[in-house]
Write a new protein. Structure first.
Length: 81
């Protein structure tokens, strides 16, 4: 994609289509953060869509936190639909 605007544009479109597919149109454009203000939560708190987003395995919590106490997650692109 280096210096190829067409390929770069296709990749961006694929990214946003996938986010809409995973989170739905109402949450796809929220900041990609865990918990409040983002498209999904860390636990099943009654919002099954949020919980399912984590369950598919694309993003996984590592049970580790950074120096500020934020959860560290691992993104596995091979699990993208």
């Amino acid at each position: 994609e280096i210096f190829n605007a067409d390929l770069a544009a296709k990749r961006i479109v694929k990214y946003w289509k996938t986010r809409v597919e995973i989170f739905g149109e109402d949450k796809a454009f929220l900041p990609l953060v865990l918990g409040d203000g983002g498209p999904f939560a860390l636990s099943n708190n009654g919002d099954d869509e949020d919980y399912t987003s984590m369950k598919i395995g694309f993003l996984r919590c590592t049970d580790k936190r950074d120096d500020a106490g934020r959860p560290i997650i691992f993104g596995d692109p091979s699990r993208m639909p």
